[in-house]
Design a protein around this ligand. Sequence first.
Ligand SMILES: NCC(=O)CCC(=O)O
Ligand SMILES: [Mg+2]
Length: 332
Amino acid sequence: MPQAGYPATRLRRNRRADWSRRLVRETTLTPDDLIWPIFVIEGTGERSAIAAMPGVDRLSIDLAVKAAEHAATLGLPAIALFPNTDSALRDEAASQAVNPGNLVCRAVRAIKAEVPDIGIICDVALDPYTSHGHDGLLVDGEIDNDKTIEVLIAQALVQAEAGCDILAPSDMMDGRIGAIRAALEENGFTQTQILSYAAKYASAFYGPFRDAVGSGQQLHGDKKTYQMDPANGDEALREVALDVAEGADMVMVKPGLAYLDIVWRVKEAFKLPTFVYQTSGEYAMLAAASERGWLDRERVILESLMACKRAGADAIFTYFASEVAKRLKDAR
Ligand SMILES: NCC(=O)CCC(=O)O
Ligand SMILES: [Mg+2]
């Protein structure tokens, strides 16, 4: 019998040298693990800064194409596109969401034409398109689940038609995965993947994103009637089970760092591709503290992403994606 304790067992032995730490490392991070969200605006050669996301700009389509090329060069497998729709085009019905010529559809087409080998992910939700900033349609002061689904189906189809590879319903309506999957099958989009934002919490960590897509000032009230209560964990497993049964290929937990227990539970329970979203608020915290010299930027970024992987995430949406991929590449 080996001796169970000190002095025969000294866990520090394996930590003594860099080569040894690398040898016994349990979790690794590569560009394959990262998805880069990109904000898109109208215009040509346009870029606009986002106050609470220093280092992240909204890009016109031509610059988004350049960013996609850069992402492909860095080995990032996929990007996610988020449109900032002109506020004059936002209405109660979210009519731009189903316009095949809308900003995000044009961006998908332009990127597909120039960078065919990178995966493109588009949200399916109405918040970039509604005048009230909600993810669904408001009927008598409530978000109407089933009427919203009708619009989500049409939105999913125009995005699939534009060439989007992965549709990512982020709206949290009940039953939308099944409805979208059925519509995709009926319309010949049998290969379009669905990444369900299955466990999306009504979180305060989305603030800067709403500024980035221009829905923040518009938003009346909160999203607590459709996004999950941060107090709940078991309920996330029910959400995931339903979305998988309805035809999701992959599932997501969002936000990231404050919800890694949920990532762990979902991965353990379902053994499915499980993604996590390191949100704009998480970006802002790390970027701001680093700017002040209070945190070591390079280290906290890597540590936060490694934590997501250790918790079981197969990939991470992160605004740090290109920065980290470049660093990982240079380190090789
Ligand atoms: N559906 C995408 C998001 O809501 C992103 C939120 C964030 O980055 O804070
Ligand atoms: Mg659900």
